[in-house]
Design a protein around this ligand. Structure first.
Ligand code: GLA
Length: 700
């Protein structure tokens, strides 16, 4: 809604954003938070623009939409850059505004600095906002851009910050701290999104939980270097923001050139983190490119055979996979060039004649003959120095300073921003997807970008992460346009490339290389704040975890892998017949429930015992739900504390029925809850017609 005084009110899903954009002035954000409803906007504007501080420059405390030094905003500016050392302090003033119910495009200009800025703001049905700035150099000389960030204000109530860190096999570990004066800045300089990238930066009322407390959260949708921050200045002004982290000299805007910042996604929830995830999930699910078909059960060969590719062995694995109900068989690393281990072959995307003398067809035909789709692993942006490609084109390796970057996993980065390298990779991937009936590509990226200078023609040696990031988007877009039936997984040593821009061109992520079900509870819980279950690969791994050495029951592993895009990564040709039978039971359970799991609302309880986690998925009409109670550690209590199942309709009575998706579990004590066995109907009688979905197994 657009009102008098240049107020633009975007509102949906219980959220309001009120922007003041008046020609000749800097646009300001008067409100971001709970829906304003019939609140008098003039009163909101008055409250937002209280008098400036003694000795301060700012006449109004309302937050600038494009924070700048020029008006005395001492917080992080939206733009950093210069033109040969000057024009460092741009002051873009509003020129035009295009607005609709759900979007706002504001053009601002600074004629003196010769820069114009178009700010796009959108609101989705769930109240999710996204905004970005497009900066154009309207002068006739180069403008060196050091960074452009988008940000929104947060109120004083947002006094506690939650962000995430991580490492290989332990992605998205939460960290909480009070939000005091100063900035919490999370930079990711990995050249990829990063294991440690803070998928979300949340600020909320102290103690905010999954189901309570106001929370504001942002996500920077970018797969290269980026920065996300929460800041409060002594003026009391707080902001959440972020953008691409540009390396020195990486973006120099020629006359007339434009730079578009990544989308900053921004979510407000009046009731905890479940509201944050609900908003992201609804937005993702409403996309036309969101996967629509039931998510096929996957078998990935990595932890089953690693590099030991052998047709006979893989066919036996495929037999076992088909027997338990797998629908997609994915051949991982080791099928190409000299790639018998991780020391060589990356870049030589030709099927190895040594291991696959008749090509991949014998395996693919066998897999498809069993009724499964075939998927293949690739790592297109990487190159082993020991490869035909590196010997032919050593100049395609990203580097600078006349030296090669330190090797990681014996590999370097191929500069796909270089048109010749891009053409080679596109041709190879296109040829493979044309020759073979491949339904799925696991697209990997196994190292950070370090010293990543551009190759090829001018500007040779310039910092190249920005160009590389755009090139990977283009490569995926062009391949997908040519092979629209092929699904793609974003993998990066597990979950180091998980962001909403890569997800615009991929169909799921490999959440982590850690298949230990206990660790996975945490990794999926926190990744799930951004992504719904159908986008998170979750596999049953070997009995003894290959990454942690822990041993978990099949039951525990299967429950963890239920709440994602389910699959397995285990040599199931070598397991016992009973284990296979239980896997089959679990697979059919997942197939029976994936409609619910992949469309319902993800919920987590604020359970009072930190040793027990309760989470679930509730049907959007709240007719049924599936929950997991997970014992993360031994509890201090002799008996479990009562659980309040979150997200249900308080006006309905539900029948609660225990389910054992991978067969019966071992018990030390008899069940006395009354929920099990034949007694359950007496214990909890449904008073409505709404039923719990059927269990796969009778209770023991
Ligand atoms: C990465 C991936 C793994 C696997 C290996 C293959 O580590 O995360 O899942 O594909 O590469 O080399």
């Amino acid at each position: 809604m657009t009102g008098a005084a240049g107020w633009h009110h975007l509102t949906a899903g219980g959220v309001s954003l009120l922007v003041e954009a008046v020609a000749g002035a800097s646009p300001r954000v008067l409100w971001w938070g709970a829906e304003l409803g019939s609140t008098d906007l003039a009163a909101v504007a008055l409250a937002a623009g209280a008098a400036g501080p003694h000795g301060g420059v700012v006449a109004s405390s309302a937050a600038l939409l494009f924070p700048n030094y020029a008006e005395g905003d001492a917080s992080r500016p939206a733009l950093a850059g210069h033109r040969g050392g000057v024009d460092f302090s741009p002051l873009p003033k509003c020129v035009t505004v295009d607005s609709s119910e759900s979007a706002l495009a504001i053009t601002s200009a600074d004629e003196s600095a010769a820069l114009s800025v178009r700010t796009d703001v959108e609101i989705s049905e769930s109240g999710l906002l996204r905004l970005r700035h497009a900066v154009t150099n309207t002068g006739d000389s180069d403008y060196v851009l050091d960074g452009v960030a988008a940000a929104l204000p947060i109120p004083g109530e947002a006094a506690e910050v939650l962000d995430f860190t991580g490492r290989w096999s332990r992605e998205r570990s939460p960290q909480r701290r009070p939000m005091t004066i100063g900035a919490v800045v999370r930079d990711s300089r990995r050249g990829r999104t990063g294991h440690d990238a803070t998928t979300l930066m949340c600020a909320g009322e102290p103690g905010f939980g999954f189901r309570h407390g106001q929370v504001w959260a942002v996500h920077v949708a970018w797969s290269g270097n980026h920065s996300t921050y929460a800041e409060r200045t002594p003026s009391g002004l707080g902001r959440l923001g972020g953008g691409e982290l540009l390396l020195s000299g990486e973006v120099i805007l020629a006359a007339g050139a434009e730079y578009v910042s990544p989308w900053l996604f921004a979510v407000y929830s009046g009731a905890g983190l479940d509201g944050v995830s609900a908003s992201f999930h609804r937005w993702l699910r409403a996309r036309t490119n969101h996967p629509k078909s039931p998510r096929p059960i996957v078998l990935n060969t990595w932890e089953a055979v690693y590099f030991q590719h052998d047709l006979e062995k893989l066919c036996r694995l495929a037999d076992a996979a088909a027997e338990v109900g797998v629908e997609r068989f994915v051949l991982d690393d080791g099928w190409f060039g000299s790639r018998r281990d991780d020391t060589s072959g990356l870049g030589d995307w030709y099927v190895s004649a040594q291991v696959w003398p008749e090509g991949l067809s014998p395996l693919i035909d066998y897999v498809r003959g069993l009724g499964m789709q075939f998927g293949l692993w690739v790592e297109p942006e990487m190159i082993n120095p020991d490869s035909e490609l590196a010997r032919a084109h050593p100049d395609w390796i990203m580097s600078t300073g006349g030296r090669l970057p330190a090797e990681v996993r014996h590999q370097q980065v191929l500069d796909i921003g270089n048109p010749a390298a891009y053409a080679y990779i596109f041709e190879r991937l296109d040829a493979l997807l044309t020759e073979y009936p491949i339904s799925f590509v696991k697209w990997d990226h196994n190292r950070d970008l370090v010293d990543a200078g551009q190759s090829g023609a001018e500007p040779h040696n310039r910092a190249g992460v920005h160009r590389q990031t755009l090139a990977i988007y283009r490569l995926l877009d062009e391949l997908r346009a040519k092979h629209p039936g092929v699904e793609v997984e974003s993998c990066s040593s597990g979950g180091a490339r998980i962001d909403l821009e890569i997800l615009q061109r991929t169909d799921r992520v490999w959440t982590s290389d850690c298949n230990d079900a206990l660790e996975r509870q945490a990794i999926q819980r926190w990744t799930g704040l951004l992504l719904p279950p159908e986008l998170m690969g979750a596999h049953v791994g070997p009995t003894e975890s290959h990454t942690t050495g822990r041993v978990h029951s099949l039951s525990f592993r299967a429950v963890a892998a239920t709440f994602g895009h389910s699959g397995m990564e285990w040599d199931i040709a070598s397991i016992t017949a009973q284990e296979r039978a239980r896997l089959r039971t679990w697979v059919s359970f997942v197939k029976d429930h994936r409609d619910l799991l992949h469309s319902g609302d993800v919920v987590r309880a604020d359970y009072p015992d930190p040793a027990g986690w309760v989470h679930g998925v509730v049907a959007t009409d709240r007719s049924c739900a599936l929950f997991a109670y997970v014992q993360m550690a031994s509890t201090a209590f002799e008996r479990p504390l009562p659980v309040q199942l979150p997200g249900l309709d308080p006006d309905r009575c539900y029948l609660v029925r225990p389910v054992y998706p991978a067969g019966p579990t071992r018990r030390r004590q008899p069940d006395r809850t009354g929920l099990d066995g034949g007694r359950r109907d007496r214990a909890l009688r449904p008073r409505s017609r709404h039923r719990w979905p059927g269990s796969a197994d009778p209770a023991p």
